[in-house]
Write a protein that binds this ligand. Structure first.
Ligand SMILES: Nc1ncnc2c1ncn2[C@@H]1O[C@H](COP(=O)(O)OP(=O)(O)OP(=O)(O)O)[C@@H](O)[C@H]1O
Length: 477
C-alpha cells in the first residue's frame, strides 16, 4: 500500500498525520488525494469510518500552505455538530501553518459569526442555512476567490425533504466563483450522482470503493423482531446486559422523533442508566454540551434523532441500536456506521416490528448483507415489561406537563413564516394531507395484516401436515 509521501503530500503534513496516529493512507485517501492535488474536481464514495474527511482536508491544507489567503476553502455539511468536527480536523492537521478557520452554523450568535467572516479566515465550515443567511444579509465578506468548495455528506445536502437545503445551496453557489475545485464526499453518493455532477462541473474524477456490501465487514448486524409495545422492555434489557457484561461500553440509540428521543432519555434515566439526548428541539449549546459529555464517556448512552446519524466520529461507540427501523437503507447505512469505524469492531441491533419487515428486506437488498437475529432471553424481557411500560407512561405524562409540544409548534410556525408562507393555511393543508395519509396507511396495514395472516396460516398448515406425516410414520409398525 502507498504511503502518504507517495501521494504528493509534504513532510509537515505527514508529521501531523503521524501525531494523530495516522501512518498509512486508507484507500479513499490513496485514490482521491493525488487527483485533488492535480487540481481536479473529485467525487469520493467510501464506506462509513474510512477516512473521507482527511481525504479532502490533507490536499486542501497542502494547497493552502503553498498560497495562503482567506477565504480559501468553503466546506458545507448538513449538521452543526459535523461542522465542528470537520473544523477540528482542519485545525489539528493545519496547526503548523497557523490555520484560521471559522464555523458558521445555526443556533449560534450571528453577529459574532459575521465578524469572524470579515476577518477572512482560511477555511469556512458551514451548514447551508446559516451561511446563506449571511450571504443574503451582509456585504462584509466575499467568497468570490475561494479555490475549494467541498460538500461533505453531499447526497444529504442535495436531498429534498424535511430539511431542504436546495434554496440555500442556490444562494451559496451564486456567491462562489465558477472557476473552483469542487469536492464531493459521502458513503452514499451513488443515488444522487447526476445531480452532483451539476455541481462538480469540471469533469470530476469519481472514485468509489469496490465492494458490493455497503456496510463495513467489522460490523455485526443484528435485528430483534418485537411487537411495538415490547420494544422498550427489549431496550432496557439490552442496555442492562451490556452494562453487566462490559466495563468499557458506549451505545448510540437512534429514534425517529424528537419527542420519542426525549421520552426514551427520561425513561432510561429513571432506570439509572447514564443517558443523554441529542435532537433538534434542544438549544444548540445544550446539543454541543451533550455530545461532548458523551464523547468523553461522562454519559455512556446517547439517544439521538437522525441529526446524529451522519459523519459523527466517536471511536468509543461499540453498539448502535435502531429503536425504529429506518425507512431508507441510506439512513440505516449512516446510523450503523457510527460504530465499527476505522477498522474497529461494532454491533448494530435494529428493532423490527411486524410492520417493518419490508423495510428490513429493502435494507438487506440495498446493503447486500443479511441481518441476523439477535438472541434475547424473552423470559427476562417479559419480567420487566410492565415496569418499563409504566415508567414510559410516567415520562410521557411528565413531558406533556412541560411546553415541549408547544415549543415544537412555535418552531414550526417560525420556520413556515421564514419560508414566506402563512402558517394557518399551511396547517390546514397539512391536516388534510395527514387525513389522506392516515386513510392510506390504514388500508396498507390491513393489506399487510391479511398477507401476514395468510402466510402464517400457510406455515401453520405446512407444520400440521409435517406433524401428521411424522405421527403416521411413528405409528407404522
Ligand atoms: N489513514 C488513516 N489511518 C487510520 N485512521 C484514520 C486514517 N484516516 C482517518 N482516520 C481516522 O478514521 C476515523 C474515521 O474517519 P472519518 O470520520 O473521516 O470517516 P468518514 O469516512 O468520513 O466516515 P462517515 O462516512 O461516517 O462520515 C477518524 O477517527 C479518523 O481520524
Amino acid at each position: 500500500m502507498s504511503d502518504f509521501s507517495s501521494l504528493g503530500l509534504s513532510d509537515w503534513l505527514i508529521q501531523q498525520c503521524k501525531q494523530m496516529g495516522i501512518s498509512k493512507p486508507t484507500p479513499i485517501q490513496v485514490n482521491c488525494v493525488p487527483p485533488i492535488l492535480e487540481g481536479r474536481d473529485c467525487m469520493g464514495c467510501a464506506k462509513t469510518g474510512s477516512g473521507k474527511t482527511a481525504a479532502f482536508v490533507l490536499p486542501v491544507l497542502q494547497k493552502l500552505s503553498e498560497d495562503p489567503y482567506g477565504i480559501f476553502c468553503l466546506v458545507l455539511t448538513p449538521t452543526r455538530e459535523l461542522a465542528y468536527q470537520i473544523a477540528e480536523q482542519f485545525r489539528v492537521l493545519g496547526k503548523p501553518m497557523g490555520l484560521r478557520d471559522c464555523i458558521i452554523v445555526g443556533g449560534m450568535d450571528m453577529i459574532k459569526q459575521a465578524l469572524e467572516l470579515s476577518k477572512k479566515p482560511h477555511i469556512v465550515v458551514a451548514t447551508p442555512g446559516r451561511l446563506a443567511d449571511h450571504i443574503r444579509s451582509s456585504n462584509t465578506f466575499s467568497m468570490k476567490k475561494i479555490q475549494f468548495l467541498i460538500l461533505d455528506e453531499a447526497d444529504r445536502l442535495l436531498e429534498q425533504g424535511c430539511a431542504d437545503f436546495t434554496k440555500d445551496l442556490e444562494v451559496i453557489l451564486g456567491a462562489v466563483p465558477a472557476k473552483r475545485q469542487t469536492l464531493l464526499f459521502s458513503a452514499t453518493l451513488t443515488d444522487t450522482l447526476q445531480e452532483l455532477k451539476g455541481i462538480a462541473m469540471n469533469k470530476p474524477f469519481f472514485w468509489e470503493s469496490k465492494s458490493e456490501v455497503r456496510t463495513v465487514e467489522e460490523l455485526d448486524q443484528r435485528f430483534i423482531l418485537t411487537p411495538e409495545k415490547v420494544k422498550d422492555a427489549y431496550l432496557v434489557h439490552l442496555i442492562q446486559k451490556f452494562q453487566d457484561e462490559h466495563d468499557d461500553w458506549s451505545i448510540m440509540i437512534f429514534t425517529s422523533t424528537c419527542k420519542n428521543c426525549q421520552i426514551l432519555t427520561m425513561m432510561l434515566q429513571k432506570f439509572h442508566f447514564p443517558t443523554i439526548a441529542l435532537h433538534s428541539m434542544m438549544k444548540q449549546k445544550q446539543r454541543f454540551a451533550n455530545l461532548s459529555m458523551f464523547k468523553s464517556s461522562v454519559y455512556k448512552i446517547l439517544i439521538a434523532t437522525d441529526v446524529a446519524s451522519r459523519g459523527l466520529d466517536i471511536p468509543t461507540v461499540q453498539v448502535v441500536i435502531n429503536h425504529n427501523t429506518p425507512g431508507l437503507p441510506k439512513t440505516y447505512i449512516h446510523r450503523v456506521g457510527r460504530t465499527a469505524r476505522a477498522g474497529r469492531h461494532g454491533v448494530s441491533i435494529t428493532m423490527v416490528t411486524q410492520y417493518d419487515i419490508h423495510l428490513v428486506h429493502s435494507i438487506e437488498e440495498n446493503t447486500q448483507t443479511k441481518l441476523k437475529e439477535y438472541p434475547v432471553e424473552e423470559k427476562e424481557v417479559l419480567k420487566i415489561l410492565t415496569q418499563v411500560n409504566v415508567t414510559r407512561r410516567e415520562c410521557e405524562i411528565q413531558l406533556e406537563s412541560t411546553d415541549f409540544d408547544e415549543k415544537k409548534e412555535i418552531n414550526k410556525r417560525k420556520q413556515i413564516i421564514l419560508e414566506g408562507k402563512d402558517p394557518d393555511v399551511e396547517a390546514k393543508r397539512k391536516a388534510e394531507l395527514e387525513k389522506l395519509r392516515g386513510e392510506k396507511k390504514k388500508f396498507k396495514d390491513r393489506i399487510q395484516e391479511t398477507i401476514q395472516n395468510k402466510q402464517f396460516g400457510m406455515q401453520k398448515k405446512k407444520l400440521m401436515k409435517q406433524k401428521h406425516a411424522q405421527k403416521k410414520k411413528a405409528e407404522k409398525p
